[in-house]
Design a protein around this ligand. Structure first.
Ligand SMILES: Cc1cc2nc3c(=O)[nH]c(=O)nc-3n(C[C@H](O)[C@H](O)[C@H](O)COP(=O)(O)OP(=O)(O)OC[C@H]3O[C@@H](n4cnc5c(N)ncnc54)[C@H](O)[C@@H]3O)c2cc1C
Length: 299
């Protein structure tokens, strides 16, 4: 983390809310489900799939977890009504993982039940390392009842290849990403090249086990490795997808779409967009750098 990144992260919370809103607009669809549906529909018209994420903040009461579950249920209804090519991504802490794992399990089941009714799919996001084991345990329990659920795995974690072996046994649908939280070196790789190489190794293992993988990256080195592995395993276009965040490297996104790869964009939305933006900045000051860069970059 550079001095500049840290300084930006510390001072951005002092920036007036409308300005944070202006720059966040590129990365966040808006406050309402209607905003996410509009962005999802626009992506679909360009041949791009979406995954909708209801932004949540740290919660303190079961009622907040239940409200988040209800928002996901409503979002799944709306996706179906509009005929959107979109699924949902859920952060376990937003539906109570840290409050009460049983409450979280019941909420995740309710979301997965609703998705199953519409023939849709639920992705469980991976959060910081304090949640890794509980998130995998939650996923495995939900997966026993619902095949329409997948999980995200982070290539920067030292434990990742073991987790991949575990998940490969049930041919899990995995989103593979580098990982976004600031983790201690004892549990996560810090070196950029090692993270890339670990990403490629994990992807190779997942493909070898016949898993469907969402390759979530904007790093062209990683994309290049992934393309080689897709070729090596002789995969068809239905056996994997690329995934990118809303507003990030739309040129690379278009290159992949034009080459005929399935591509899904992660579309965050919700009333907590402001608190969420600040929290992500604190978790990973590099994002502050991206936001500041985007302020000077004419689109
Ligand atoms: C669809 C999707 C889902 C994800 N889900 C999770 C998850 O569940 N858990 C988790 O820990 N992490 C998640 N992430 C984040 C991921 O772990 C990385 O932190 C993030 O994608 C940056 O890594 P990169 O592979 O793009 O490579 P980097 O080398 O970090 O980025 C490559 C380039 O992409 C651009 N870029 C990357 N991220 C951003 C950004 N946020 N804003 C603006 N520009 C950016 C920069 O120009 C950068 O140079 C997800 C990422 C994606 C794309």
């Amino acid at each position: 983390m550079s001095f500049l990144d840290t300084t930006i992260a510390r001072t951005l919370p002092l920036v007036p809310k409308p300005i944070v809103g202006q720059v966040s607009k590129r990365y966040i669809a808006g406050a309402a489900v209607e905003d996410a549906l509009r962005v999802g529909s626009s992506l679909n018209s360009k041949g791009i799939l979406a995954t909708l994420d209801v932004l949540g903040e740290h919660i303190h009461h079961a009622s907040e977890a239940e409200a988040a579950v209800e928002q996901y249920v409503q979002t799944l209804h709306a996706i179906s009504q509009r005929g959107l090519q979109a699924n949902v991504s859920v952060k376990p802490t937003a539906i109570g993982l840290r409050l009460d794992p049983e409450l979280c399990f019941r909420g995740m089941l309710q979301i997965a039940d609703t998705a199953a009714r519409y023939g849709n799919f639920v992705r469980i996001d991976m959060e910081d390392s304090a949640c890794t084991e509980d998130t995998i345990a939650l996923f495995l329990r939900v997966q026993e009842r619902h095949p329409n659920v997948g999980i995200a795995i982070q290539a920067y974690m030292r434990r990742t290849r073991d987790d991949v072996r575990r998940l490969a046994k049930t041919r899990t649908n995995v989103r593979l990403c580098k990982g976004i939280y600031n983790e201690p070196r004892a549990i996560a790789f810090k070196d950029r090249d090692i993270i890339r190489r670990n990403f490629a190794l994990a992807l190779d293992d997942l493909f070898a086990a016949g898993c469907y993988v969402g390759i979530a990256t904007h790093d062209e080195h990683v994309v290049w490795d992934a393309l080689r592995l897709i070729e090596k395993h002789g995969l068809t276009r239905e056996q994997y997808e690329f995934q990118m965040l809303l507003g990030v490297d739309e040129q690379l996104r278009q290159i992949l779409v034009d080459a005929g790869h399935r591509l899904r964009v992660y579309v965050p939305f919700g009333r907590s967009w402001y608190a969420y933006s600040l929290r992500r900045l604190r978790e990973n000051p590099k994002i502050g750098g991206y936001i500041v860069k985007s302020m000077f970059h004419r689109r």
